[in-house]
Design a protein around this ligand. Structure first.
Ligand SMILES: [Zn+2]
Length: 351
């Protein structure tokens, strides 16, 4: 059980019914995997519960030298130190169990949201989700997104690079024709590579260099947006080509990360010339400050959207449009997660 083959074709409903019996990720035994020899798996190494009867698990039994009716699970003391190829079968199981835990979390979150806010949408998403399998994917704007990627949107969870890259991709489509635009969205991986290039001239030949967007005429754009990774935190950057500012904002009101600002300034210099780049100044990008620490990614995305929706002087936007955005902007981090879940999955529209 928990092997790839075991999961194939099983709906989330079936998996959830089963996962009430999900084993813990830590057993009472402790084995240092740094000294682990895959050829000699000590019996106490694994304490997997619910042993399967599939061929795959027979292999595990053989590997572990235990009887098939043993309840066993694995204690991964040095989880990250073991190469996946050493234990392909066990890694499959770890992957599955981790995903099932995320599924449980997602299911619980949607159920709670269904009881409290955005009831209709959360209930709808949950009812659809229960029909999916671990292999289910959405095709959105020409990109394939695994349904499990959306699990990161649940409360208390940090958005990962993939989530935020997809949010930027979504903004690129959603705000293409926005009245305050046109806006450029710099992919997260490009920003990451610029940060890597700063102070490392040896990397200049790197595929993603300062030439990114060379085919784009920046003077045709009003602003450029991107998201910046700050170790354990996410921030947002807005470059205003008209007012010549680089704005940084985040949920914890941290100072702008110097390396990211240097990277962006360097790119402007490469693209618009030294003279032009000199006039850019650093300003603050407005961002909400939520009570929870896990929503920095959600808030970074919202800060970008909020900046897009903020009217420049003498704008002709209607009051109702501004009020509609204000309503979205005032949502709690949890409600914003539901909103992004809706917008990114395209499963249903909520505002
Ligand atoms: Zn406006």
């Amino acid at each position: 059980m928990f092997s790839k083959r075991w999961c194939d074709g099983k709906s989330f409903k079936q998996l959830l019914d089963f996962s009430a019996n999900l084993p813990g990720l830590v057993s009472k035994f402790s084995v240092d995997l740094k000294r682990f020899n895959p050829a000699k798996v000590p019996a106490e190494f694994c304490s997997l519960r619910y042993m399967p009867s599939t061929d795959d698990m027979a292999k595990v039994h053989h590997q572990l030298g235990v009887k098939p009716d043993h309840y066993l699970w694995v204690n991964f003391k040095n989880y990250y130190s073991v190469h996946r190829n050493d234990l392909p079968m066990l890694w499959q199981i770890v992957d599955t169990v981790s995903k099932l835990r995320e599924l449980q979390g997602m299911n619980g979150w949607l159920r709670n949201m269904g009881n409290e806010h955005d009831a209709k949408f959360a209930t709808h998403w949950r009812s659809q989700m229960l029909k999916f399998t671990l292999d289910s994917a959405f095709i959105r704007f020409g990109q394939k997104v695994q349904v499990t990627e959306f699990f990161k949107l649940r409360d208390g969870t940090w958005l990962n690079d993939g989530n935020l890259e997809f949010i930027l991709h979504f903004f690129r489509q959603e705000y293409k024709g926005h009245v305050h635009g046109p806006h450029l969205f710099i992919p997260l991986f490009v920003m990451n590579n610029w940060i890597r290039l700063v102070g490392n001239p040896d990397l200049e030949s790197y595929t993603i260099n300062w030439n990114w967007g060379i085919d784009i005429d920046l003077r045709e754009y009003k602003k450029a947006y991107t998201i910046v990774h700050m170790g354990d935190h996410w921030g947002a950057i807005a470059i205003d080509f008209e007012n010549r500012t680089i704005a940084f904002g985040d949920s914890m009101y941290r100072p702008a990360p110097p390396v990211a600002i240097t990277a962006v300034t360097r790119w402007i210099r490469e693209r618009l010339g030294h003279q032009e780049a000199q006039h850019y100044s650093l300003v603050r990008l407005a961002a909400k400050r939520p009570k929870d620490g896990a929503s920095c990614g959600v808030i970074a995305a919202l800060a970008i959207e909020n900046d897009i929706h903020t009217c420049p002087p003498e704008c002709s936007c209607s009051e109702s449009a501004n009020k509609a955005w204000e309503k979205v902007h005032s949502k709690s981090p949890n409600e914003l997660r539901v909103r992004y879940l809706s917008l990114l999955s395209g499963l249903s529209e909520v505002c």
